[in-house]
Every structure is written in structure tokens, then in C-alpha cells.
Design a protein around this ligand. Sequence first.
Ligand SMILES: [Zn+2]
Length: 42
Amino acid sequence: MSDFDTYDCVECSTTFRAYPDANATAGPYCSPTCEIEAKDLA
Ligand SMILES: [Zn+2]
């Protein structure tokens, strides 16, 4: 519980929890799908 931080996905605005380290390089995405979508639009 204390290990997780809350993020708002930059692609779909879904609030989700993840390990901070897991999101440090990829940015706050709720799923790999949103990460792909965001990069496609960039
Ligand atoms: Zn998302």
C-alpha cells in the first residue's frame, strides 16, 4: 500500500496506482496501450 503512488494517465486521465520506479522512465500511463497511443500522436 505504501509502496504505490497514485497517477493520472496522461492519455486517458484514468487514475491508477503504480510503483514510482516503474513509471519513472515511461511517464504516467495506465497501460502499455495508452503509452503506445500517446507516442503515436506525438
Ligand atoms: Zn490511460
